[in-house]
Write a protein that binds this ligand. Structure first.
Ligand SMILES: [Zn+2]
Ligand SMILES: [Zn+2]
Length: 90
């Protein structure tokens, strides 16, 4: 049961808790490498934007996984923390 229309489901803001009321929710990864389709909303204003992926990679802080750190799943220039900063260290 894969949803064929991403707009069909509720989209939640992907940012960390943040100031302001402009929110971003990921709609879909695009075929073009390094870009994704984002739903952006601010109050009752909603629009869709193609944004480049955030290029910042986490350091991994010595987890030893060998993957070279976690990629941020947000978009370039986002406010607040990178997605990999949101995960509490174990
Ligand atoms: Zn938000
Ligand atoms: Zn980021």
């Amino acid at each position: 049961m894969a949803p064929d229309d991403p707009l069909d489901r509720a989209v939640q803001c992907h940012l960390s808790a943040h100031e302001g009321d402009e929110h971003y929710g990921l709609l879909a990864e695009l075929d073009q490498y390094g870009t994704a389709l984002w739903l952006r909303w601010h109050g009752s204003d909603v629009d869709v934007a193609v944004l480049p992926d955030c290029p910042v990679i986490g350091t991994g802080s010595g987890s030893g996984s060998g993957s070279g750190g976690d990629a941020c799943c947000l978009f370039a220039g986002h406010v607040e923390r990178h997605s990999w900063e949101d995960t509490p260290p174990q």
